[in-house]
Design a binder for this molecule. Structure first.
Ligand SMILES: C[S@@+](CC[C@H](N)C(=O)[O-])C[C@H]1O[C@@H](n2cnc3c(N)ncnc32)[C@H](O)[C@@H]1O
Length: 232
């Protein structure tokens, strides 16, 4: 009898473990950066994906950059810059007296951004290889940090937010553009890909020393939010 009880307990443990693995495998955003960590990553494929018609952040890029309200001469950082979609637009806003730091964790993206900036004569753009826990920017070096469609990719968001906070000058801004995950309403892509709602993302950002400033979401983007936060 005891043998049967032990066997039953062991079986329950195996079933539970299998269930946990299945749930973890399906958790929204699980292993979200796997495609970016692939050593075989082809930059051109990502340029097509991130800089192609039909992607909200691409189609609305001019409205998004206008909402950032960047001034000539400012230093700004684009953290999670991808293939550098926003760099020419940000460079035009800050002008030659300002600076744009394009930060990403993918070395091939950093090389590509550097090459593109060189070809376009954008000497105010610097590509920076960050890590999963740091934007690798100098303390108090930027007026604004923009995180477009990348906050939900931060695997250690507390460390990234602390690093961003350190890089911002007092009174500087953090602007996050991302998807809002609404259970029972968002489409499958968002439900499977985004781990939390905009309210949860806001709580995380505020818990790391930022204060909510304003909602600057461009008109016509019902699945996204664009929030500005202040670094006191
Ligand atoms: C969906 S792409 C967005 C790229 C770009 N912002 C855009 O909108 O075109 C997300 C990017 O975040 C980057 N990323 C993920 N974690 C990061 C981190 N901790 N620091 C910097 N970049 C990160 C990825 O490598 C990827 O390039």
């Amino acid at each position: 009898m005891r043998g049967i009880m032990d066997l039953s307990r062991q079986l329950s443990a195996v079933v539970l473990a299998a269930f946990s693995v299945a749930v973890l495998a399906q958790a929204p955003g699980a292993d979200i950066n796997a495609p970016y960590k692939d050593p075989g990553l082809v930059v051109e494929t990502w340029v097509e994906r991130l800089e192609g018609e039909g992607r909200g952040a691409f189609d609305f890029r001019h409205q998004i950059v206008a909402a950032l309200d960047v001034q000539p001469g400012q230093s700004v950082a684009d953290v999670g810059a991808g293939t550098g979609l926003f760099e020419p637009l940000l460079a035009a806003r800050v002008g030659t007296q300002g600076h744009v730091y394009a930060v990403d964790i993918v070395p091939k993206f950093i090389d590509y951004i550097r090459q593109q900036a060189g070809e376009r004569g954008l000497s105010q753009v610097t590509a920076v290889l960050g890590t999963e826990v740091s934007a690798e920017l100098a303390p108090a070096s930027v007026d604004m940090v923009f995180v477009c469609d990348a906050y939900h990719h931060f695997e250690d968001y507390d460390a990234m937010l602390q690093s961003i906070r350190q890089a911002l000058r007092p009174g500087g801004r953090l602007v996050v553009f991302d998807f809002d995950r609404v259970e029972g309403k968002s489409d499958t892509f968002i439900l499977e890909h985004i781990r939390a709602s905009k309210a949860q993302f806001t709580r995380e950002i505020e818990a790391n020393g930022f204060t909510f400033d304003k909602d600057i979401t461009p008109e016509g983007m019902p699945d996204n939010f664009m929030y500005s936060f202040l670094r006191p």
